[in-house]
Design a binder for this molecule. Structure first.
Ligand SMILES: [Zn+2]
Length: 183
């Protein structure tokens, strides 16, 4: 639990029962800290049957290839946020076509909506603070990556999700990719 002080009045928070479980509560103004997983959008975006991946710089999974992902902001839909993050990470414009799955796990702090999509414009350009390579991979050339041996629960969980997506693409690629071409 990172929050120690009230975000509104800076009084030290105390743990007490609120709406059925112990939560940090401000004894001064009554503010209650509800902790919820943050929504993240991920996209399996394709062009000419190849899958767009980014080589991540930062945790979780820094140093690994993964589909573009990002946190959704309050003033956008999850599809809009996924497209925006993809543009920021890769320079490419994507159409977000279909929800492939919604992934969550206790105590990782995020829930990930994985979409299929298509490249519809833009050119590869990226900020090296977030990703240090952007590349299209054929389904039978998707990177083989070993599991992280250090890091947090979220690193391993995100790794497993990326592995699951890669496995699905290798095994059922045509079907997954058909989602992305809207057929
Ligand atoms: Zn307060």
């Amino acid at each position: 639990m990172a929050l120690k002080f009230c975000a509104h009045c800076a009084t030290e928070l105390v743990w007490q029962i609120e709406s059925g479980r112990e939560r940090p509560v401000c004894p001064q103004c009554g503010f209650v800290v509800y902790r919820n997983p943050a929504p993240v959008g991920l996209i399996v975006a394709t062009q000419d049957d190849k899958v767009l991946l980014v080589h991540r710089v930062n945790p979780p999974l820094g140093g690994y290839w993964a589909p573009p992902t990002g946190y959704i902001e309050m003033d956008e839909s999850i599809e809009e946020g996924t497209a925006r993050e993809t543009k920021e990470e890769t320079g490419l414009d994507v159409a977000v076509d279909k929800l492939l799955g919604l992934y969550s796990r206790a105590n990782v702090g995020v829930m990930i909506a994985a979409f299929a999509g298509r490249i519809i414009g833009g050119a590869i350009a990226f900020d090296k603070k977030e990703v240090d390579a952007v590349q299209f991979f054929a389904r039978d050339e998707l990177p083989r990556q070993s599991a992280p041996t250090t890091g947090k629960l979220i690193d391993l969980w995100f790794y497993e999700l990326v592995q699951e997506i890669f496995s699905a693409l290798r095994a059922h690629g045509e079907r997954v990719l058909k989602f992305s071409s809207g057929e």
